[in-house]
Design a protein around this ligand. Structure first.
Ligand code: ATP
Ligand code: MG
Length: 214
């Protein structure tokens, strides 16, 4: 019980329900759970059960970005996520989408990472050093000037993760980060996450990893 008192809740979900259209049985029905600082959480469920949906609700993108009906509450560090300004919450709760390609806005790796840093008003002279540093962290220094769309699936996942890491969030949600990767790339990505968790002081939480069968 002693450890229990040291847990610091980052996300608290309280009786949360969500559906894309109001029907009798919502997709997500009265779900409650907590993600504490430094915790690694695994969200499991069959395809179509709503893992991506709830992940997008946790950082405030949903329900605003879709036609959806939500009830119940989600708190980030004790503040209801509805009370955050636009864009404020997704700097604290970073998400790497299930299809990372859909979150890129620029053509090259360098420009994509610069775009993220510009969005958070990083001083101009700090942009290049931060890009170089994060590329080193993810082991992709040689790909700085590459076209993102010509990278492998695993490399795209890493660039999406780098982009999220630049925001310095307290919680990172990875939505099935290894689902489209071969076993070697999956292992590489998992090891990268493990190293990051060991090296950085911030907590990294994982969500929605698809169980690999066989
Ligand atoms: N934008 C949307 N509008 C309407 N329905 C949607 C939308 N996005 C998802 N859905 C539906 O909601 C349900 C849950 O989808 P979701 O993507 O959250 O599941 P998931 O658990 O992440 O599945 P997977 O393991 O295949 O990624 C599915 O039936 C899906 O068709
Ligand atoms: Mg999904």
């Amino acid at each position: 019980m002693k450890e229990m008192t040291q847990l610091k809740p980052l996300i608290e979900v309280n009786q949360f329900s969500f559906d894309y259209e109001q029907i009798n049985e919502p997709l997500i029905s009265e779900v409650s759970f907590t993600i504490n600082k430094d915790e690694t959480v695994l969200l499991m469920g069959p395809s179509g059960s709503g893992k991506s949906t709830i992940s997008l609700c946790l950082n405030g993108l949903y329900p605003d970005a879709v036609e959806g009906v939500a009830s119940g509450d989600i708190f980030f560090k004790k503040t209801n996520i509805e009370d955050f300004e636009n864009g404020e919450l997704n700097q604290n709760v970073g998400i790497v989408f299930q299809d990372p390609e859909s979150q890129f806005c620029m053509i090259t790796v360098e420009n994509e990472l610069a775009f993220t840093l510009e969005n958070i008003q990083t001083p101009r002279e700090e942009i290049e050093p931060k890009i170089d540093q994060i590329l080193e962290t993810i082991g992709m220094t040689d790909y700085k000037y590459h076209n993102i769309h010509e990278l492998s699936g695993g490399q795209k996942q890493k660039v999406a993760l780098a982009s999220v890491l630049l925001l310095d969030p307290e919680l990172i949600i990875l939505d099935e980060p290894t689902a489209n990767l071969d076993p070697v790339s999956s292992l590489e990505f998992v090891n990268l996450i493990k190293d990051l968790k060991l090296e950085t002081e911030k907590s990294i939480s994982l969500s929605s990893i698809k169980l690999m069968i066989g």
